[in-house]
Design a protein around this ligand. Structure first.
Ligand SMILES: NC(=O)C1=CN([C@@H]2O[C@H](COP(=O)(O)OP(=O)(O)OC[C@H]3O[C@@H](n4cnc5c(N)ncnc54)[C@H](O)[C@@H]3O)[C@@H](O)[C@H]2O)C=CC1
Ligand SMILES: O=C(O)CCC(=O)C(=O)O
Length: 459
């Protein structure tokens, strides 16, 4: 009886501590709703951990972990093809370096602001920890819209962005990579500018590079392939087969393309993909080679898919992609794509599993609704960690000065995704939340970083 009361009090104390740190986050970062959501989701998972390990509270681990070590904001001036001057705002959040140098992508999109970079950077701390690789958390980008820009404009923007960011990064300091609006082309321009600024060829300063100047095989495919490896494992544990599934995917960028490719390779049928203008429904299964050409080479709109596949249908409302019946939903475009109402529609239409390819594509209410309806849910920080994991393998190859084969990197990726699944499941079970991968991933990611912070003192 006494033990029970003590345990309850400890939990209450832990909850009060977490609530007070969360309140501070909200008042110190007013109106930053994306950042608030991600902190809340992670804190909700940590009550039992803090109750059982009060030393994290005593050492102010949570108070410190929510405050970025550094947030760099800078001017990005550039000139368009007509000679007009434009100014965008660039950001890099160097959030936490307890287990390694800051690591995380760069996003070029008009919606980028301090809230978005902080949410992405905070999430990245725990995701990077889950990979088992020695990488801290960072993220960045600019409120620049690449849509409709010429190659020359993209180059001038990327160079101007790196001219400033290049002062704050480096192989053992902070290693950026791509994210929305930043792919191999932009990475190439940024790497070139960094090299010119510093007069050195430092391959390990950025990842996602081209294969002929230090890139790794499988980095391009890694996030998409990794999601499928993770969801396949999650379904297997429930006695379900991947090849029996009908899959709805959102987005048609880097993550979506390679998730679709691997899903089809494993025998599932992918019937949708989208961009910010609309979505495609192809009942015969999406032809991924067409999407690759349209998006990676011609850089055109997804609507053009129907010119080559007239049986497919195009709808000019991207969010309605979730009205298409599917058994597995893979949101791979952007944050907050699936709210409670959309989640309800997916459940009514028979969804059995959701794998988050994008970062935070599901609202907290939608996650709860999936949980209530026993939908198997693979959270982003676990399911999409394959990209950053292979980025870390790219850094390792750069350090050693040689390259692994496609099979070698793909094999390592598969193992890492399986380990992330196992560690998340085990952490959930240990702390009394068996089967809850959201909580399990948060706990497993947190423990390693928290212990490293404790060991390094108050810094
Ligand atoms: N590239 C990577 O290695 C990783 C990316 N992610 C996340 O995956 C998501 C997608 O990233 P990438 O594929 O790299 O970007 P991308 O720029 O290659 O593709 C983004 C796709 O989303 C679509 N999109 C953007 N806003 C949309 C909207 N409001 N509605 C519908 N579609 C929209 C775009 O048209 C495009 O097809 C992001 O949340 C990103 O943070 C997560 C882990 C790693
Ligand atoms: O490969 C990387 O460093 C970045 C990946 C990323 O931005 C992410 O995991 O969201």
């Amino acid at each position: 009886m006494v033990t029970q009361t003590t345990h309850k009090n400890t939990k209450e104390i832990a909850k009060e501590y977490l609530d007070s740190v969360y309140d501070t986050v909200c008042s110190r970062n007013p109106d930053e709703t994306e950042f608030h959501q991600v902190v809340k989701e992670i804190f909700d998972s940590l009550v039992t951990v803090i109750a059982q390990n009060p030393e994290y509270m005593e050492h102010g681990i949570l108070d410190r972990i929510v405050e970025p070590e550094r947030l760099i904001t800078f001017r990005v001036p550039w000139v368009d093809d007509e000679g007009q001057v434009h100014v965008n705002r660039g950001y890099r959040v160097q959030f936490n370096s307890a287990i390694g140098p800051y690591k995380g992508g760069l996003r070029f999109h008009p919606s980028v602001n301090p809230s978005v970079v902080k949410f992405l950077g905070f999430e990245q701390i725990f995701k990077n920890s889950l990979t088992g690789q020695p990488i801290g958390g960072g993220k960045g980008g600019a409120d620049f819209d690449p849509k409709g820009k010429s190659d020359a404009e993209i180059m001038r923007f990327s160079q101007s962005f790196m001219h400033e960011l290049g002062q704050y990064i480096g192989p053992n300091v902070d290693i950026p990579a791509g994210d929305i609006g930043v792919g191999a082309r932009e990475i190439g321009y940024m790497f070139g500018q960094y090299k010119k600024m510093h007069g050195r060829f430092e391959a390990g300063t950025i990842t996602g590079k081209g294969l002929n100047y230090g890139g790794s095989l499988v980095r391009k495919e890694a996030t998409g392939f990794g999601i499928i490896y993770f969801v396949e494992e999650m379904l297997k544990q429930q006695g379900l087969k991947f090849q029996d599934q009908t899959i709805a995917v959102s987005g048609s960028g880097n993550v979506s393309i390679y998730a679709m490719e691997k899903a089809q390779e494993l025998g599932a049928k992918v019937v949708t993909c989208s961009d910010s203008d609309g979505y495609i429904y192809d009942e015969k299964g999406i032809d991924v080679e067409t999407v690759k050409r349209l998006k990676e080479v011609e850089r055109t709109r997804i609507e053009d898919y129907t010119a080559e596949h007239p049986h497919a249908k195009y709808f000019d409302s991207p969010t309605d992609v979730w009205s298409v019946p599917c058994t597995v939903a893979l949101p791979c475009a952007t944050q907050q794509e699936i709210d409670e109402e959309t989640a309800n529609l997916l459940v009514e239409n028979g969804v059995i599993a959701v794998g988050e390819g994008a970062n935070m594509p599901t609202t907290l209410e939608a996650i709860n609704l999936f949980k209530k309806n026993n939908v198997h849910f693979a959270p982003a920080k676990a399911a999409n960690a394959g990209g950053v994991a292979v980025s870390s393998l790219e850094m390792a190859q750069n350090n050693m000065g040689f390259s692994w084969s496609f099979e070698e990197v793909d094999g390592r990726l598969r193992e890492i995704m399986k380990d992330i699944y196992d560690n998340s499941s085990e952490a959930a079970e240990t702390y009394g939340y068996a089967g809850n991968l959201v909580i399990g991933a948060n706990i497993a990611g947190f423990l390693k970083v928290a212990d490293a912070m404790m060991a390094q003192g108050v810094v």
